[in-house]
Design a protein around this ligand. Structure first.
Ligand SMILES: Nc1nc2c(ncn2[C@@H]2O[C@H](COP(=O)(O)OP(=O)(O)OP(=O)(O)O)[C@@H](O)[C@H]2O)c(=O)[nH]1
Ligand SMILES: [Mg+2]
Length: 646
């Protein structure tokens, strides 16, 4: 447990202490003998008087009755003792906040999404045909490329709940090319806007070779209609020749003198978006969007469109009657995890008064209730600092950014003992204070043993850390997290077949190319049987031209399969300072209640001992407050400002 206090704070705290008494609004001023009897020599560590009532605490009915601010130092030292009448205490215990007063916006911090890149449109086979130009040149347009999926971190978004409620993000496909050299329209891109602080992890990726997008191969359908068995027709439809597109449009005149031709080979134009993905993201995607991104970041590239037949014109082949299909859009499963970025993170048991504290120091209308787990999702409060307390550097920054310096406080749901075993709400919400610069432990002084409460909170924090780092609780924690993420654990991914990211994959690709060698092509017989001799018959039958190459169509892998990548090596984790190494302090709340003074001193003593154990730790801030009455909270703000370097 380390407290890294800026020198200015400790100095300020110490200098202010000599003239102030200890928690005068809560407890009677302690004499030196009194303190000695308690065995405490540290009363000077308490950050001064807490008599100044909170000016912002307008909602509190009790606060309306509070005495006017004490101006002079003498009265600060000997404040009038407050007498809590029974009625007064009741009003403190029961703040009435109408439902409309607090924010109830839905919140999600974990999300699993399946991203689909748009498939490319198919190239077109077409020839110019005009009056007196019966056999014009090839003029089939190219297919449009499919839309890509991007991600962008922006300010203003606070939750992931709005993003693709069905968990699927699909960019649109490119349109097919058309005759008269009209290229297909490219598919629309999709930009996923996420809050700043989102971490994106790739779970798996796969291509969609086996997934048809509704495009029907006219030729194959014809074959089926010709009376071949259903099985045969289906085989052709999804079979080896699937990479080819043979549908000359309105070319019946060409079939009078068919020039059966072969496509140039190797057929390198046809690329699926997973191949492009393997180039753009050779390793699994891991993005820590802790800053807003000006330009959207590419997650999944759209598949390229197919080529129209003009691409295949050569000296030997003047009238190519084939085009290529567009590539299939790849798919990727990602997990989004929102880790709210706040300067100070409040950690405490349920009902400790975290939300009450946030309400009293910031304008955040956090929900407060006298039952456990009132807060179900994180609240972020912002404290705008007075210009007078700014350092010259901060003032320049404020001027540059046209704003007052400010810092944020995150209030998360309460942690109970054994939260790491999924008790209460679990400890997943600690992710929102994981990146806070300072941790504030909020304790309820009216509970039996605040020291034990603090210990139990630390246990949970450490368990969370170990879970994240794969410690002994790692399995449990990761299991819980995957549960929340909709079972997106890497282990849940189906058995995979490599697609060429590693050495084995390279071999696979070589094999595939090898199979494409014309001499190895094995579908000539099948295609030949319905080839040249049947084509005129087909035209008559259907009224459209159908064209079948005579032989040597390239052979793709036997059965197009859904291929997935094993995510090796595991996601690189960006180095974050460990939570237990962050500066921390303790807010002792509900100090207005009777019988809390003894517990305060016990806590004080405990923290002193903790500090003594660590050579690098001078003192651990302990600030008694009454969040409900707004007493002492200004001192906490001062303390936080010091720790944050304002
Ligand atoms: N007497 C007294 N009661 C307080 C004080 N602060 C909070 N309370 C009461 O404690 C109860 C819990 O307060 P919350 O602010 O909701 O506590 P929390 O830590 O946010 O609780 P969870 O959201 O459940 O984790 C409420 O009934 C408050 O009125 C205080 O300073 N003095
Ligand atoms: Mg709360």
């Amino acid at each position: 447990m380390v407290l890294r206090l800026p020198r200015s704070v400790s100095q300020r705290a110490r200098s202010g202490i000599a003239s102030f008494t200890l928690t005068p609004f809560l407890y009677p001023p302690a004499s030196a003998a009194h303190l000695k009897a308690r065995g405490s020599n540290c009363f000077d560590a308490v950050a001064g008087s807490l008599t100044h009532p909170c000016h912002r605490n307008l909602w509190c009915t009790a606060a309306l009755k509070r005495p006017p601010p004490i101006e002079d130092e003498v009265s600060v030292q000997t404040p009038p003792e407050e007498v809590f009448e029974e009625e007064d205490l009741v009003s403190v215990q029961q703040p009435h906040h109408p439902h409309s007063e607090y924010s109830t916006s839905p919140f999600t911090d974990l999300r699993a999404l399946t991203l689909s890149a748009g498939s490319g449109g198919h190239g077109c086979v077409s020839f110019l045909r005009e009056k007196f130009v019966p056999n014009g040149p090839a003029n089939g347009g190219d297919g449009g490329s499919g839309g890509s999926v991007y991600i962008q971190a922006v300010y203003g978004e606070t939750s992931l709940h709005k993003i693709a409620r069905d968990g699927a993000v699909q960019a649109t496909a490119g349109r097919n090319g058309q005759g008269s050299a009209v290229n297909g329209k490219r598919g629309d891109d999709i930009v996923i806007r996420v809050p700043v602080g989102t971490v994106v992890r790739e779970i798996s990726r796969w291509d969609r070779e086996s997934e048809e997008l509704g495009w029907e191969n006219a030729h194959d359908e014809n074959i089926a209609k010709q009376g071949e068995g259903e099985e045969e027709g289906a085989k052709r439809k999804h079979g080896e020749n699937d990479n080819w597109l043979h549908y000359p449009r309105s070319l019946s005149q060409n079939l009078q003198s068919p020039q059966f031709t072969e496509a140039p080979f190797p057929f390198h134009h046809h690329r699926s978006s997973s191949e492009i993905l393997a180039q753009t993201h050779p390793t699994p995607v891991y993005l820590d969007l802790s800053e807003p991104t000006m330009q959207p970041i590419l997650l999944l590239p759209g598949a390229p469109g197919g080529f129209g037949n003009p691409h295949f014109v050569s000296n030997e082949l003047r009238r190519p009657k084939f085009a290529t299909k567009g590539g299939k859009g790849a798919r990727m499963k990602v997990q989004l995890e929102l880790k709210i970025l706040a300067d100070v993170g409040l950690v405490g048991l349920p009902n400790a008064g975290k939300s009450s504290f946030l309400r009293s120091v910031s304008g955040k209308r956090a929900r407060v209730g006298e039952w456990a787990f009132t807060t179900l999702s994180p609240n972020i409060g912002t404290i705008v600092l007075d210009e007078r307390v700014m350092t010259p550097q901060n003032r320049v920054e404020a001027w540059e950014h046209q704003q007052h310096p400010r810092f944020t406080i995150a209030d998360i749901p309460g942690l109970i003992s054994d939260a790491h075993l999924n008790k209460g709400l679990g400890h997943g919400f600690l992710r929102h204070v994981e990146r806070a610069k300072v941790l504030g432990f909020v304790l309820d002084l009216s509970r039996d043993d605040p020291v034990a409460d603090l210990e139990s909170l630390w246990r949970e924090v450490r368990a969370y850390e170990q879970g994240e780092d794969g410690g002994e609780n790692g399995g449990i924690v990761k299991g819980m997290m995957s549960e929340m993420a909709g079972n997106t654990n890497v282990d849940d991914v189906e058995p995979v077949e490599d697609l060429g990211l590693n050495e084995e994959g390279a071999e696979v690709l070589e094999d595939v190319e090898g199979e494409k060698e014309p001499e190895k092509a094995g579908v000539a017989g099948e295609e030949g049987s319905v080839g040249e001799e049947n084509s005129e018959e087909l035209v008559r039958f259907l009224g459209v031209a159908a064209f079948v190459p005579r032989r040597e169509a390239p052979q793709l892998p036997k059965k197009p399969v859904t291929r997935r990548f094993e995510l090796e090596p595991p996601h690189p984790r960006q180095e974050q300072p460990r939570m237990s190494s962050k500066p921390w302090f303790v807010i002792a709340n509900k100090a207005d209640l009777p019988g809390t003074e003894e517990k305060y001193w016990a806590l004080k003593k405990h923290l002193e001992e903790e500090a003594k154990k660590r050579s690098d730790l001078k003192e651990i801030g302990l600030l008694p407050i009454s969040a409900l009455r707004g007493q002492g909270v200004d001192k906490v703000v001062d303390w936080m400002k010091g720790m944050l370097g304002f």
